[in-house]
Design a protein around this ligand. Structure first.
Ligand SMILES: Nc1ncnc2c1ncn2[C@@H]1O[C@H](COP(=O)(O)OP(=O)(O)OP(=O)(O)O)[C@@H](O)[C@H]1O
Ligand SMILES: [Zn+2]
Length: 706
């Protein structure tokens, strides 16, 4: 499958180059079997690459990167030796419903009355064959399903030499399929490109040392280390340790499972408690690709519960319609009346309209800056009545600024900063990044550091210049480590009341300083909470690992906030989410995957911030694509409206078809009339599904207030 469409050896040529930007000419882009969205994702995944644009018409690829020649080398190497997985094995899916085919059938139908009698019979029969064959095959393999009705209606029309009706039914069926496929293809492409993985590092043990390794440099057999609150980045087997693991993003089951050596674990699940070393079985692009396709499969293909129910109802109506047709024939011996009845079925509109509405809703949401992963996510988001936020990085910007560094026990402010930043270097927590950034801005040199231990939701301990240094929360330093922090109490209170988060720094078991960091609320946050309330959310909650005073300072600025819980560890956050679920709330959790992954996957709907950890982006059902909380309100609005559209489609399908069925049964509609009314109502419903769900929310989301 791949050798046939493999590219010629030299496929990319540099046509234009600036220090940080290269344009390649890539004739291979002409090949429709090449998955360009995935190629783009792979290019973006090369560390050092800033942006990638693939131009299919100009068959060129423009890559902006950091100017590093080794990066350029990797880009060129990738383009000149495209990996096998970029080639799609099968581009023309079942081919029954391409646009040309649909148009040809439409024209054929319209021309039917004008075609000479001798030709029209065989021609129509030939064109109906696929529908007849499918009907027969379905009847034999799966029983009385829609395809059987379609086949019978077409077959009876042919028997009655009513070729126009036969052709019309086939053409309309094709049009429906075509519209459905169109929406599916568009969404799948879109999701693929939005879900592309970005570079991320994980902790692995190599030669007995814990090192931070870029995801794409992991090799099979590497020991990957995962602690509480962390997402598991690979598929593999537990080699050491025990843990309780939340697999709800994969299995949907939110009760954590206990794993011990030799248990299998899957990427995208989360460690709730305990620490494990995992022997990687699938790594790099394999896992990335596998994860993307798993997502696409589970989220786009999988139907939501509501959808399955309406499908089942539609299916159960088929034998009834079929039986009615047969019965009618037996009683009246009127084959035309039987044919009229058989042309009507409930399931086309019901089954086709829902996925079309869902996909169009997803498409619209993506254009508003939100990725909704599939029908289930959409359905769940529309039902949410409680929204729980992790504080840092969601309602606040997460870009912490250092405001004060108060030294104690005779060290200088710069030394305090140097010690803290040294210990925090290489940690991805927003607190750590802020301290390191502040040190860099002040030009403070970072001292050498040995043996760093991160204590999730507490802080770090490290050896800085051979001395043991602790940086973290008051709880960590004072209560867990037993270091007296009362000297800082007074300063701490006033700093916290001003809304700062505090870090305590201790060296050799003595407090050496307090660092105050300020995280601003996003400008839109207060309004977003009000908008959510206006959009039917009953309860808004904030969970934070931060101190009570800081939490209260934040809460004071949010009038539409109902609850705030502070000083929480990742498993506490998951527990609160679990309790709210048990109390009957239907809830969304908004977080960034840093110390909140268990809660994120425990909620009915996990919503991830754009900068969230890659794995959080993958296990969340909803990903915000912009640093703007208003997108959350829009997504909710789209989800609610899509559900409404689906409900309307369902009701109109049932209502209209029942009416047609009534007229057909009583002999008032000819088969042609029934076919036209049934199929045009189906297409009408489909169009409504697509257009209704495609509407963007009102530009000003604040319009409904006041
Ligand atoms: N790398 C770190 N260095 C120092 N202190 C830390 C570090 N990580 C966590 N802490 C301390 O532990 C507390 C809780 O951390 P956690 O990550 O759970 O919450 P957070 O991210 O600050 O806030 P939120 O829960 O709102 O996102 C922090 O407020 C901080 O005091
Ligand atoms: Zn503790």
């Amino acid at each position: 499958m791949t050798t046939a469409c493999s590219p010629p050896p030299e496929c990319a040529r540099i046509v234009h180059e600036l220090p940080r930007r290269i344009r390649f000419s890539c004739p291979v882009l002409h090949n429709p079997a090449l998955d360009t969205a995935y190629l783009e994702a792979m290019l973006r995944n090369i560390p050092g690459v800033d942006s990638v644009r693939i131009n299919l018409r100009g068959i060129s690829v423009v890559v902006c990167y950091d100017g590093d020649p080794t990066v350029k080398g990797r880009i060129t190497a990738l383009l000149n030796d495209l990996p096998e997985e970029l080639w799609q094995p099968d581009t023309d899916r079942n081919g029954t419903a391409d646009g040309l085919n649909v148009a040809a059938r439409g024209i054929m139908t319209l021309l039917t009355p004008a075609i000479p009698r001798q030709i029209v019979g065989p021609l129509s029969t030939a064109m109906s064959l696929p529908t007849l064959a499918e009907g027969l095959e379905t009847l034999l393999t799966r029983g009385v399903k829609v395809e059987v009705l379609d086949g019978a209606a077409v077959g009876l029309s042919l028997l009655r030499r009513d070729y126009f009706t036969a052709n019309a039914i086939v053409a309309l069926l094709n049009l429906g399929q075509y519209l459905e496929q169109l929406s599916e293809d568009r969404t799948t492409d879109l999701l693929r490109s939005l879900l592309r993985p970005r570079g991320e590092t994980v902790w692995a043990e190599r030669d007995g040392q814990e090192v931070s390794v870029p995801m794409d440099e992991l090799v099979i057999g590497d020991l990957v280390i995962c602690g509480p609150g962390e997402l598991i980045p690979v598929d593999g087997m537990v080699a050491h340790g025990e843990a309780s693991v939340n697999q709800s993003s994969i299995t949907g089951e939110s009760v954590p499972v206990h794993v011990s050596p030799a248990s299998d674990v899957f990427s995208g699940s989360v460690v709730e408690e305990g620490r494990i070393k995992i022997e990687a079985r699938q790594v790099g692009a394999e896992t990335g690709m596998a994860r993307i396709s798993r997502f696409l499969e589970t989220s786009v293909r999988h139907k939501s519960k509501a959808q399955k129910q309406s499908d089942a109802l539609a299916d159960s109506l088929v034998p009834i319609t079929f039986g009615l047709g047969v019965l009618l024939y037996l009683i009246t011996r009127d084959i035309s009346r039987a044919a009229s009845v058989l042309t009507v079925d409930y399931s086309c509109a019901i089954k086709v309209a829902t996925p079309v509405a869902v996909k169009m809703g997803m498409f619209t949401a993506a254009h508003c800056g939100v990725l909704l992963k599939g029908a289930e996510a959409m359905d769940a988001l529309s039902r949410v009545d409680t929204v729980v936020f992790d504080k840092t990085g969601t309602l606040t910007s997460g870009q912490l600024e250092l405001t004060d560094a108060v030294p104690f026990n005779g060290i200088s402010p710069d030394e305090l900063l140097a010690v803290a930043a040294g210990a925090e270097a290489h940690y991805a927590h927003p607190v750590a990044k802020a301290v390191v950034r502040a040190a860099e801005m002040k030009g403070v040199e970072l001292p050498p550091v040995g043996q760093v231990d991160f204590v999730v939701a507490h802080g770090v301990s490290a050896y800085v210049e051979e001395k043991r240094v602790l940086v973290g929360s008051h709880h960590f330093i004072h209560e867990d480590e037993g270091i007296d922090c009362s000297a800082a109490d007074e300063a701490a209170r006033s700093l916290r009341e001003a809304g700062n988060s505090l870090l305590y720094v201790a060296r050799e078991e003595k407090l050496v300083g307090v660092i105050a960091l300020r995280d601003e609320l996003r400008p839109e946050s207060a309004q977003v909470l009000r908008d959510l309330k206006a959009a039917g959310i009953r309860k808004t909650v904030i969970l934070t690992g931060d101190h009570k005073d800081t939490a209260e300072a934040i809460a004071a600025q949010l009038d539409a906030l109902d609850e705030i819980h502070w000083e929480l560890k990742p498993e506490d956050k998951a527990r609160i989410v679990g309790n709210l679920r048990e109390d009957g709330h239907y809830l969304a959790f908004v977080g960034d995957g840093v110390n909140d992954a268990p809660a994120l996957v425990s909620a009915h709907v996990g919503i991830c911030m754009p900068d969230g950890a890659d794995l959080a982006r993958e296990s969340a059902q909803v990903v915000l694509l912009k640093e703007d909380m208003n997108t959350l309100v829009k997504a909710r609005e789209i989800a609610v409206r899509t559900r409404q559209v689906i409900r309307n489609c369902f009701h109109s399908a049932v209502g209209l078809n029942s009416l047609i069925l009534l007229f057909a049964t009583t002999g008032r509609f000819s088969p042609l009339m029934s076919a036209i009314l049934h199929n045009s109502s189906t297409i009408g419903i489909l169009a409504y599904a697509a257009l209704g769900a495609m509407q963007k929310p009102k530009a000003g989301v604040h319009a409904e207030e006041s």
